[in-house]
Design a protein around this ligand. Structure first.
Ligand SMILES: Nc1ncnc2c1ncn2[C@@H]1O[C@H](COP(=O)(O)OP(=O)(O)OP(=O)(O)O)[C@@H](O)[C@H]1O
Ligand SMILES: [Mg+2]
Length: 297
């Protein structure tokens, strides 16, 4: 083992010990982990995560984004960043999480997943411990952690959804997006006992259209998955300004702050923050990564 690795391991043990001490303190708060997910791909998750993160960081929140999309990871593209390292380097103890995390000019921390989260079932105990303790170090650095999970019902998406405090499902008004959102919630409830989801409708023409998507999904849940509750979080209108921002390699909130979609993102961010700790699980980040590993068994 090289010296840097050895020092990191010592620091890790120290961090865990410190953590145990702070966990005893009743005033300690832990970051809130929000998974942003969808049944169908291309519904706007990554742009939503990026812009919600900006909106929340402007409100003084310390935000970290975990790119857990092992397919085409692209939160870095939304922020126009070129990450040199990713979670794979953390798993192999070559880098600490801090060294892998990139800070945007907004102050948002981005953790590129790369292929590092690709097959969590293959990690050995040492690698799991490394990830657990590295994630612990985030506890004092973030108020909100967004997990961009990628689309669909592949194992990885499910692990991160199951482990997060909240699961924000993004759907559009397209029938396939609605049926895929339903399929995702069904699998989550059957496999992991998930009982609570939040819905964000993207690319809707109006609030009325968005509410229709919500009604269709909650009716289906009432009928077939009685214990599952879906909460309406809001909607973001279809807005060409968002596409223009993407083309400019910028973020909607930076490029077109007065656009309709920007206003909508801001009000969704406010709604989420208002929601506060209502749906929190028992929260610290060891629990979060542990839940990921449990789901990945
Ligand atoms: N509100 C919106 N109005 C107009 N276009 C939008 C809106 N939201 C997203 N888009 C378009 O959809 C594209 C895909 O968005 P994004 O990459 O965020 O989706 P995704 O759900 O993360 O996709 P994937 O499932 O591949 O990860 C954007 O590049 C943009 O062109
Ligand atoms: Mg994406």
């Amino acid at each position: 083992m090289d010296q840097a690795k050895g020092l990191r391991q010592i620091a890790r043990t120290d961090a865990l010990a410190r953590r145990k001490a702070t966990m005893a303190s009743p005033t300690k708060t832990f970051p809130r982990v929000i998974a942003v997910t969808s049944g169908k791909g291309g519904v706007g998750k990554t742009n939503i995560v990026g812009n919600l993160a900006v909106a929340m960081s402007r409100k003084g929140k310390r935000v970290v984004i975990i790119d857990a999309d092992v397919g085409l990871a692209n939160i870095d593209i939304v922020f126009n960043l070129r990450p040199e390292y990713n979670i794979r380097h953390v798993v192999s103890s070559e880098k600490s999480l801090d060294q892998v995390m990139i800070k945007t000019h907004h102050g948002i921390g981005i953790i590129p997943g790369g292929s590092g989260f690709a097959d969590l079932t293959q990690l050995n105990e040492g690698e799991k411990l490394t990830l657990l303790s590295e994630f612990e170090t985030l506890a004092d650095k973030a108020d909100i952690i967004f997990v961009d999970t990628g689309a669909g019902i592949s194992s990885n998406v499910l692990y991160f959804n199951a482990a997060s405090d909240e699961c924000l499902v993004v759907a559009t008004t397209e029938p396939t997006s609605i049926t895929d959102a339903y399929a995702l919630m069904k699998v989550m409830s059957q496999k992991y006992g998930s009982r609570h989801f939040k819905l964000l409708v993207n690319m809707a023409d109006s609030e009325k259209d968005a509410k229709r998507v919500y009604a269709a999904l909650s009716n289906a849940l009432d009928k077939f998955l009685k214990n599952v509750v879906l909460e309406y979080t809001g909607y973001i209108p279809f807005d060409r300004q968002l596409q223009r921002a993407v083309q400019k390699r910028g973020l909607l909130l930076d490029e077109f702050p007065d656009s309709m979609a920007s206003k909508a993102v801001e009000s969704v961010a406010c709604a989420l923050l208002r929601d506060g700790d209502k749906n929190r699980a028992d929260g610290n980040l060891t629990f979060f990564m542990n839940r990921v590993f449990q789901a990945a068994r």
